[in-house]
Design a protein around this ligand. Structure first.
Ligand code: 13P
Length: 256
């Protein structure tokens, strides 16, 4: 499927890292250096909730988009400790990461709650970055494609082709996250192509050709170019390496 139409998207998922002053220092560095890289690549940062407001202000007018790492599916109400999609939209978030494997593993996220959150994100005018990926046990049992297909189908329940065409999917094999163990380019490409094929079956070829699919899991400056060079890999969702401006910008550069 043609890749030319899809703009690459590199997002930094900071996870539970960076205080507000640390977040500001990082985005100021990114802001200073990202502009010369041009507009071939969309660049996104996902700081913790508490830093979103300050980072939003610091990014004003910069070619960097803001993302949150999660949201609740209700717009407001008695949900102590939760943050809603309209609250995030108001803070300038363009994207919300939904269904990250850490949330699935440690916070009881299911395909159903991922789908509910994705609907809330869309309703608030933002775009979900929908994460899927198999565990090591699932890969070793040859269940990778089955698991990823179930997660993608679950995440997309109730969405139309026009929605899905704008979405970002992120394939993040759980065994590659924070482990220094990256999927080979062949492993990544195989799953990305399978996900695109599934979107074509669920919707149509045009939608499949437009949806962007990021790879995540130990993406570093020295492996990014090869991964991002795969025909169905449209960007990267970067954890650890997004915490250092130099490393993150090197990954962005290899996408351009
Ligand atoms: P690492 O890049 O630290 O492996 O994290 C990947 C990830 O989970 C991004 O969402």
């Amino acid at each position: 499927m043609a890749t030319g139409a899809r703009r690459k998207i590199v997002a930094g998922n900071w996870k539970m890292n960076k205080t507000v002053p640390e977040a500001l220092a990082l985005v100021r560095e990114l802001r200073a250096q990202v502009a010369p890289l041009g507009d071939k690549v969309e660049v996104v940062v996902a700081p913790p909730f508490v830093a979103l407001q300050a980072v939003h202000v610091a990014l004003e007018g910069a070619p960097l988009q803001l993302a949150a790492q999660n949201c609740h599916w209700e717009a407001s109400g008695a949900f102590t400790g939760e943050v809603s999609a309209p609250m995030l939209a108001e803070l300038g978030c363009a994207y919300v990461i939904v269904g990250h494997s850490e949330r699935r593993q440690f916070f009881g996220e299911t395909d159903e709650t991922v789908n509910k959150r994705a609907h809330a994100v869309k309703k608030a005018g933002m775009t979900p970055i929908l994460c899927v990926g198999e565990t090591l046990a699932e890969r070793e049992a040859n269940r990778t494609l089955e698991v990823v297909e179930r997660q993608v189908r679950g995440a997309l329940v109730g969405f139309e082709a026009a929605d899905v065409a704008k979405f970002v999917l992120a394939y993040e094999p759980v065994w590659a996250i924070g482990t220094g163990r990256t999927a080979t380019t062949a492993q990544a490409q195989e799953v990305h192509a399978a996900i695109r094929g599934l979107v074509a079956r669920l919707y149509d070829g045009e939608t499949a050709g437009r949806v962007r699919i990021q790879y995540g899991g130990s993406v570093k400056p020295d492996n990014a170019a090869e991964l991002l060079g795969q025909p169905d890999v449209d960007g990267a969702l970067v954890g650890g390496a997004s915490l250092k401006a130099g490393d993150f910008l090197a990954i962005v550069k290899s996408a351009g």
